[in-house]
Design a protein around this ligand. Sequence first.
Ligand SMILES: NC(=O)c1ccc[n+]([C@@H]2O[C@H](COP(=O)([O-])OP(=O)(O)OC[C@H]3O[C@@H](n4cnc5c(N)ncnc54)[C@H](O)[C@@H]3O)[C@@H](O)[C@H]2O)c1
Length: 258
Amino acid sequence: MRKRVAMVMGGARGIGFASCRRLAKDCDGIAIVDINGDRAEQAAKRLQEETGTKVVGFAADAGQREEVVRVRREIKEALGAPSILVNCAAIVDDKLFLESTPEDWDRILHVCLYGTMHTLHEFLPDMVTAGYGRVVCLASDSAKGGQARLSYYAAAKGAVLALTKSIAQELGRSGVTLNIVSPGATNTEMRQGREAQMKASIGDEKYERRVKAVLKAYPLGRLGESDDIAAAVHFLTSDDASWITGQVLSVNGGWSMA
Ligand SMILES: NC(=O)c1ccc[n+]([C@@H]2O[C@H](COP(=O)([O-])OP(=O)(O)OC[C@H]3O[C@@H](n4cnc5c(N)ncnc54)[C@H](O)[C@@H]3O)[C@@H](O)[C@H]2O)c1
């Protein structure tokens, strides 16, 4: 049987870590890569103790090509070449477009778009050589319908959609599938950070009204949890999803049905 090694970029917490936890059930090795190396190592130790699967933590900034090249080499030495790749690394801002600066755009694109691009560029060739690969990139439903106060993050995620679908067309014949999971509002530290930024910017009263309005917009009556998203990631890496490629799976409690 094929050895299953998964690598999760941005896997030290939130949706990435929940995905590692799901993948650990049916993988032989998990590489948790994160810009925060200490957090990646701690998360790896915790998950290995919990599951018995070999889990190793690595430090790398997805936006720096040479760091992604280096971490690919380290993962291959420690675990073997990954056949499963999950791109979770991202950062977000809460800002109106007219207040955004070129530096804001650079900072977000560096991680959300170039980070995804570098990771795909470095990890796909081994999958093509092996004739097998499963890739899931995390986008956001803000990219599908647009979202106020998230313009440049949504733009970066829209580019991730187009990039992933294009590569899915190029690599289908190589046995590599690439799909996108597009979450709605999910209760993670990223979201909590953005909410705090927004509260400071619009004030307590307006923010409380917004919290109620957001919840009302979710037909299933609650926000997502990391494991809701990880379940979809796990499915798309499984053999049950072997005839699915280039698709966008929204996991969003019904927030948008487009
Ligand atoms: N939480 C939400 O509401 C939500 C909604 C839509 C989409 N998403 C997407 O889901 C994915 C996971 O989000 P999350 O909420 O779990 O976020 P999170 O902030 O909890 O986790 C992201 C992880 O990525 C790491 N990271 C950041 N920059 C990095 C870099 N340059 N290189 C390597 N690692 C880096 C962080 O250290 C962190 O561990 C992201 O792609 C995000 O855009 C989240």
